[in-house]
Design a protein around this ligand. Sequence first.
Ligand SMILES: [Mg+2]
Length: 219
Amino acid sequence: MEFEVAFFDLDDTLYDKQSGLWDAIRQRMSLYMHERLGMSWDVIPTLRRHYFETYGTTLRGLQLHHQVDADDYLNYVHDLPVHDFIQPDPELRQMIVTLPLRRFIFTNADRDHAQRVLEVLGVADCFQAIIDVRAIQFYCKPEPEAYRIALHLAQVDSPQRCIYLDDSLANLTAARAMGFFTILVGQEEPEPQVDLSIRYVKDLRSRMPQLWDNHRGSK
Ligand SMILES: [Mg+2]
């Protein structure tokens, strides 16, 4: 199968989990629920887990049950000095920029946050578009509708022509059921629910050299 498109998740996929950025964002989600919505600290972890497991994101649950304004929430939770957590990554850039597929960011976060992260990593110019939570109309991965919208926006006929990299097994499992070639980022050990596991996203080149070779051969 010749692949046409690569979808990259953003948080904990393009940069390493160890950076602590995503943990910091999660802490701000809890802080938002405490400060803005007046929830007690005791209920917040359970409620967040429930929303995350039921709807894919905390935001979706807060929108449905607490009439939260998405702009207010997204600005609040992403109000962090991103450059304190992550640095430019020339190896990542080299991998992405040479990958001979059309490349998209596909994230449940919002565009402003994605743009800041991509700029700090030094890869902001490497993607055709950022497909963010607004672009997917507040559906969220792993809701199938989120993937259908992403395919439509990327103008690709079939998920079978797409590779999709994410650190979330739930997101990848849903995508694989639709026919995407799924790549779990963050661990080396094979995972039966996905097609490939890689420790770092920049390992894609050594783990799937055929993506680069096929392209060269077809010219
Ligand atoms: Mg992620």
